[in-house]
Design a protein. Structure first.
Length: 318
């Protein structure tokens, strides 16, 4: 029987307005990955299966991000990777600002770690994953779950990451609206200014502090102010048709505020749980009214993060 590793990784939403590139939240939406060691002597280095609608959008050779992360772990161990068959079961939309690339990276690293006998700790996995992704905001909650703040720490031993869990009040529900168009992270970053003014920096710093307290206490007044941002959203919203209409609809339906999820184009509203379904319907209707098909729904916070296991089995994931 072949050695098999199974990995489940949650979607994430990053930034939450003022927390650009440092804060992220794991959501109850998942991608699943299965890794089977190929034992045949003439087996190819990798075989990739992608059932479902995402199949035509995902590379099935060595350029696949899951496989690149898989081989990166073996490179870190100074070992040759085994021949492997990878099956990707995708529920998170691609290039929509919901951390699909983070799931691929975490999935590949955890799958390799399981097949290699779990030689690396979560902290070591985290360091490798951030190095691949380039920033921590999606990676950290995808691996660890919950709402997380990540900051780089420089000392005489080099750079490391300080990870802080952010309390999230149970009354606050994240509602995600996903349109039927994509937006690459590269394009979303290309419109950002290289420098910001002192007043804009102060604006964001004050709201970041208020955001952390607002999330902990579930305070509506604090969150309505805390979700504001001047560093990335004013520049990125021009890339998202219907942004203003969806924002207006979400707030009128009872949302505390609306932000761009990650690099977009998905939009995230935070609201009291009693208003979540109403806010989701309003966001979807507003985008549809702009001629853009969109799906919106309330989600919950995933507090567990990525899960992985290894076993000897004959049955494959379907």
């Amino acid at each position: 029987m072949p050695l098999v590793a199974s990995v489940t990784v949650p979607a994430t939403t990053a930034n939450l307005g003022p927390g650009f590139d440092c804060i992220g939240v794991a959501l109850t939406l998942y991608n699943q990955f299965e890794f089977i060691c190929l034992e045949e002597p003439d087996a190819p280095p990798v075989k990739i299966n992608v059932p479902g609608t995402h199949s035509s959008l995902i590379s099935k050779d060595k350029t696949n991000l899951v496989y690149q992360a898989f081989t990166k772990l073996y490179e870190h161990l100074d070992q040759d990777p085994p021949s492997v068959e990878i099956t990707l079961k995708m529920s998170i939309p691609l290039a929509r600002g919901l951390g699909s690339s983070a799931t691929a990276i975490i999935g590949g690293l955890l799958g390799a770690n399981q097949l290699a006998g779990t030689p690396l700790s979560d902290i070591e996995i985290l360091q490798l994953a951030i190095a691949i992704e380039g920033h921590p905001d999606n990676i950290v909650p995808a691996l660890l779950g919950g709402c997380r703040l990540a900051t780089a720490s420089q000392n005489e031993l080099g750079m490391s990451w300080q990870i802080c869990d952010i309390p999230w009040h149970e009354s606050i529900i994240p509602t995600i609206a996903v349109p039927n168009f994509t937006l690459s992270t590269e394009k979303a970053r290309s419109v950002l200014p290289l420098e910001v003014s002192r007043s804009d920096a102060i604006f964001n710093i004050s709201r970041m502090g208020l955001l952390l307290r607002g999330l902990e206490k579930g305070d509506e007044k604090w969150l309505r102010t805390a979700l504001q941002d001047k560093i990335h959203q004013p520049y990125r919203q021009i890339l998202i048709p219907g942004y203003k209409a969806v924002q207006k609809a979400a707030i009128e339906a009872g949302a505390y505020g609306m932000v761009i999820s990650g690099a977009g184009p998905s939009l995230l509203a935070l609201t009291h749980f009693q208003k979540a379904k109403e806010v989701a319907a309003a966001m979807s209707e507003a985008w549809n009214g702009e001629g853009i098909n969109a799906q919106a729904r309330p989600l919950n916070i995933d507090t567990n993060g990525a899960r992985s296991r290894r076993e000897m089995v004959t049955r494959r994931m379907r």
